[in-house]
Design a protein around this ligand. Structure first.
Ligand code: BT5
Length: 322
């Protein structure tokens, strides 16, 4: 109910009376008073004037579910948002919720992760309040072999959100990094729980560097943050809402699949196209020119002998990018 009150006040041009709120939400006046009190305790500045009602003056600057939700225009993503101070990994936390039946679109966000994961057992570093760790649960009606579009579509959504909201020129380094210039701003990791021929749920984890001014030595040469790139502190709640709005657009509205339009959009934003790339096949390292993304989200690489290799997993390095 608190999220609905924030949304109502946020969209109102003037004071909204307690009666109007209780009527439109179908709850008692006491329940409205109680919800307003607890919103104030969370950092929402809500003015109240006798005979006029309530007006939202400001939303909290720290990450807060209700403050994110009032900027959402989604049908599925973000209806349930949990913000945690600290957690091992938001992906692991959400996978547990998924196994217990959490609904599609559930989002878990943490201000700090103590065991953040990358791919292939690597570590993702999320320092308290500097980074946003976000995981999204989906229940696409697909076979396990059909979920390969989720990471590229998420990358597309992230790029759009960052470019729109932060006025940056971010690009995608195939398959799961969002970069600015030569450095990594976002990492994406999609995991799934499935039966033999049916996906039960997917969890897409997104790590975004926001407020970092310095990084641990081992990643300092290849990591960047929104603050470092723009010199500005962003409203993290509005930013996360923008990310979720674009995720809904790219994932849900495209039914979790790539199509002609999204492949085209992805290619336009893909830093691995038109560049010399190196990938591993077994123990061999192979180089060629990244030429396109196919309808399965795989990278097509033109080799020096004129044949085209399709790369769908493993490691790819792109010349000129970390
Ligand atoms: C990724 O893996 O980039 C996927 C990262 C996904 C993180 C999210 S956060 C929310 C959710 N919960 C989790 O536990 N995970 C997800 P990969 O492509 O394997 O890249 C990992 C590599 O990126 C590391 O080996 C480092 O070299 C580098 N790295 C680690 N932390 C970084 C950071 N904050 N910024 C830039 N690079 C980083």
């Amino acid at each position: 109910m608190q999220d609905k009150i924030v949304q109502l006040l946020y969209n109102a041009a003037d004071y909204v009376s307690g009666q109007q709120i209780s009527d439109s939400l179908g709850v008692s006046r006491q329940a409205v008073n109680k919800a307003v009190k607890s919103l104030r305790e969370k950092g929402f500045e809500i003015d109240s004037v006798t005979n006029k009602g309530y007006m939202l003056k400001s939303t909290p600057t720290y990450l807060c579910a209700e403050a994110i939700q009032c900027h959402l225009n989604t049908k599925i993503i973000g209806k349930s948002i949990t913000v945690l101070d600290t957690v091992g990994s938001t992906n692991d936390y959400l996978k547990e919720l998924g196994a217990k039946g959490a609904e599609a679109g559930t989002v878990v966000i943490a201000r700090e992760q103590t065991a953040g994961k990358g791919r292939l057992g690597r570590v993702w570093q999320t320092k308290k309040d500097d980074g946003i760790a976000l995981s999204l649960l989906l229940r696409p009606e697909l076979a396990p072999s059909e979920i390969s579009a989720i990471t590229p579509l998420s990358g597309l959504a992230l790029c759009r959100a960052i470019n729109d909201f932060c006025m940056l020129d971010s690009r995608i380094k195939w398959p799961n990094d969002v970069i600015v210039g030569k450095k990594k701003l976002v990492g994406i990791l999609t995991e799934m729980s499935a039966e033999f021929d049916k996906v039960e749920f997917t969890v897409t984890g997104i790590g975004i560097n926001v407020e970092h001014t310095v990084f641990p030595e081992e990643i300092a040469h290849k990591a960047t943050s929104i603050l470092l790139e723009t010199g500005r502190h962003i409203d993290q709640n509005k930013f996360v809402a923008t990310v979720l709005n674009y995720l809904e657009q790219e994932l849900v509205m495209n039914r979790y699949r790539l199509n002609g339009q999204t492949v085209n959009d992805y290619q336009t934003l893909c830093a691995s196209i038109g560049r010399q790339v190196t990938f591993t096949r077994g123990k061999r390292k192979i180089s060629g020119m990244g030429v396109s993304i196919n309808n399965n989200g795989e990278l097509e690489v033109m080799l020096s002998n004129g044949t085209v290799a399709t790369v769908n997993s493993g490691e790819v390095t792109v010349q000129g990018i970390y």
